[in-house]
Design a protein around this ligand. Structure first.
Ligand code: PA5
Length: 411
């Protein structure tokens, strides 16, 4: 029996847009197969057993041949796998899994030089992810890491250590994968990067790290069931009502460092989906209690342009007892209990200051709960975009800087 997410709305405005009929209508459109880039909406329910089996086989080969797997990608081709590794990669993963490292999510020479140093004495495989196959950052990192593999193993063996995830037919990465005989997987053309975690983009790195991908998919299916879909609808309508009331910033807050990259994934999902046509909530993220010591002042007394979405993990993976050497108030207590007191204390203080809070109760950090979280927030985002009247599946604005960068490089 899966444990289920739950959401509390504290001090939030009523959300009339959440009429069940309206949300049902939006959902029917998403799963109709008639709306562009909505393939993700039906993905958990139509998980392809043959493809999942091939992902598992490839993952087994990666584990057998490597001490380190480098996942190369950026944005939607990176953040989901990174979030999964941080949450699930350290607990419950099979022993013997390779260390999973990331490249191509920045253009820093220092980062990539240090990564090469770290990889030199190790057996390495690469998982290169790019839907377009033309993105600058992964393009550079892939070239750098291919060279390392060719030096280590020779070109032929190197090709057997490269796994490409890209468009089924278009782009230079697809052409190279086919020409060089890399094992490859396809990103369905009707699924955009930020909605692609439950495709091979997220599933292959997860499986290579020994994470139970069937459990992740089962969790995603659970999030699509009527009760959680209705909660996602209420959350979407509440977010829209908060925006309409002048709260233009949504701050995702977590008290478990393992959720740092999940919050980064949320920032991309919501920022790219809703920030267009002059509207949208600006998504921000804070790590507590760390950031209470830097941003706590602003939250409590600064300009009230925001509301808070608290990611509230009920059962963290591990705990410690605070030893007698600490202050009397703390000694003997469970560290998680102290963390919980910090969380409830912050919520009480912020509620007293009139800050609206959406509290997302996350039962645990298991693969099934991770799957629920992914699909639940994809629904929240798609519903909110539709309620805001924007297209939550395009990102026309991200092309502008790329044009400018290419112009400067050509000069
Ligand atoms: O969500 C998106 O569409 C983007 O973040 C892309 O995933 C990102 O720009 C990487 O693109 P690509 O997978 O084509 O390399």
């Amino acid at each position: 029996m899966q444990k289920i997410l739950n959401v509390d709305f504290l001090g939030c405005p009523d959300a009339p847009a959440a009429s069940p009929e309206k949300i049902d209508g939006i959902y029917e459109g998403l799963i109709s197969g008639k709306e562009a880039f909505t393939g993700w909406a039906t993905l958990p329910g139509r998980a392809n057993a043959a493809e999942t089996a091939r992902i598992r086989e490839a993952a087994g080969r990666i584990r057998a041949q490597s001490e380190a797997l480098v996942v190369i990608g950026i944005g939607g081709s990176y953040l989901g796998a990174r979030a999964a590794m941080e949450i699930l990669g350290r607990y419950g993963a099979e022993p013997g899994a390779p260390e999973v490292l990331f490249a191509g999510q920045n253009i820093s020479g220092t980062y990539h030089a240090e990564l090469l140093d770290r990889l030199r004495g190790k057996d390495v495989s690469l998982c290169v992810v790019s839907k377009s196959g033309t993105t600058t950052e992964p393009n550079i990192a892939f070239a750098v890491l291919k060279e390392l593999l060719a030096e280590k193993y020779g070109k032929a063996e190197a090709a057997g250590r490269i796994y490409a995830i890209t468009d089924p037919s278009a782009g230079t990465l697809r052409a190279e994968a086919d020409a060089e005989g890399y094992e490859s997987f396809s990103i369905p053309p009707d699924i955009g990067g930020r909605y692609s975690v439950l495709t091979p983009v997220g599933l292959l790195p997860m499986a290579a790290a020994g994470i139970d991908v069937e459990a992740v998919l089962a969790g995603a299916r659970r999030a699509g069931e009527l009760d959680l879909r209705a909660v996602a609808g209420t959350m979407a309508a509440t977010r829209k009502a908060l925006l309409d009331s002048g709260k233009t910033v949504e701050i995702f807050e977590q008290y478990e460092p393992a959720l740092f990259y999940f919050a980064e994934w949320l920032k991309q999902l919501h920022g790219e989906s809703e920030g267009k046509d002059g509207t949208g909530l600006f998504p921000a993220a804070l790590s507590f209690s760390t950031d209470l010591h830097s941003m706590g002042q602003f939250l409590q007394e600064g300009k009230q342009i925001f509301f808070e979405t608290v990611l509230d993990v009920k059962e963290p993976q591990r705990d410690l007892t605070v030893p007698a050497g600490a202050d009397a108030l703390l000694a003997g207590k469970s560290m998680n209990a102290v963390n919980r007191a910090a969380k409830e204390g912050v919520i009480a203080a912020h509620r007293a200051a009139g800050i609206p809070v959406i509290k997302v109760g996350i039962p645990d950090l298991s693969p099934a709960t991770f799957g629920q979280l992914i699909y639940f927030f994809e629904l929240v985002c798609a519903f909110t975009g539709r309620l805001m009247g924007v297209d939550p599946f395009n990102q026309p604005g991200v092309e502008q800087y790329k044009k400018e960068m290419k112009r400067l490089l050509a000069e």
